[in-house]
Design a protein around this ligand. Sequence first.
Ligand SMILES: Nc1ncnc2c1ncn2[C@@H]1O[C@H](COP(=O)(O)OP(=O)(O)OP(=O)(O)O)[C@@H](O)[C@H]1O
Length: 321
Amino acid sequence: MIKVENLTKEYVIPKKEYKKNIVTILNPPKEKIYGLKNISFEIKEGEFVGLVGLNGAGKTTLVKTLSGILTPTQGNVEVLGYHPALQRKAYTKHISVIMGQKSSLIYDLPVIESFKFYKDVYQVDQRQFKEKIDMLSEYLGIDRLLHIPVRKLSLGQRMKCEIGVSFLHEPEIIFLDEPTLGLDILSKRSILKLLSELNRKFGTTMILTTHDIEDISSMCERMILLEHGNILYDGRTSEFCERKRYKLLEIDYIRPLDVDGIEGYICEAKQEDEHHVVWKIEAEYLLEVIGHLMEQKESISDVNINTVSLTETIYELYEGK
Ligand SMILES: Nc1ncnc2c1ncn2[C@@H]1O[C@H](COP(=O)(O)OP(=O)(O)OP(=O)(O)O)[C@@H](O)[C@H]1O
């Protein structure tokens, strides 16, 4: 459904600092910035993929390239058999793009007017439109919002309406660029849950970008982690979480601990006081370490296990720790 081969996207921008002379004044030098560097992957129909990465990782560049807004500098992008940037008009009938920072709704008019506008844009017939409105308002719980001007909606309510509008023409793919930006934790959860249900109910392929891996860990089976335009990880989210997750073992001890045979599993040891140490262990070695501690339980007065957040784990991965 989505096939990306050796995709590179460069931006050419004016150089900030350069020596001024007659040549450079007449022809100011430019520099290249890489949005994406030679990346390849495929996405199958019905997948819900999380695109994760820090600021500037290339998430928006990838979404814009996949949705036909940007043209690749090099490489090949094929979505639903289309070349998005070259066949944009025919292609956009099959997709929707939701951007957390931008609204596709008409700010001063009641929400229903935006639905009517997109009905005409996508040439949805009147009977289908009525059915869709009924179904979406019930599903998204937006029926009482339809007659309120967009400007009076909360961010969470607006996002539900954005999702409603984006489903009007039954797109095969929805690109969501940080749809939960600025939402409080409850609205965020409710939007993510809705998206996950819509993906399951309609089989719509969804590509969601976020900074926050915790957002996607429960709903996207697959994640692609980007860093400086490269793919750092592409695979099952659960596998990433299991493999990369760290545990913190807080140990209170009476006598010095014997770490023979397990010292290799302790990524970090923080001696908090004379009888209290915190070990950072990769989750997959936790049982072995606990087993080893059990053998010296007379020396130990208490052990607590905590989990390091996934976001923190990703930051460490970026920093190459
Ligand atoms: N229009 C542009 N002109 C020049 N450089 C750009 C442009 N858009 C993006 N870039 C650069 O491309 C790189 C990737 O940016 P992009 O916006 O795709 O990252 P992102 O992962 O979406 O970041 P964020 O989470 O901050 O939105 C960055 O170095 C950015 O400065």
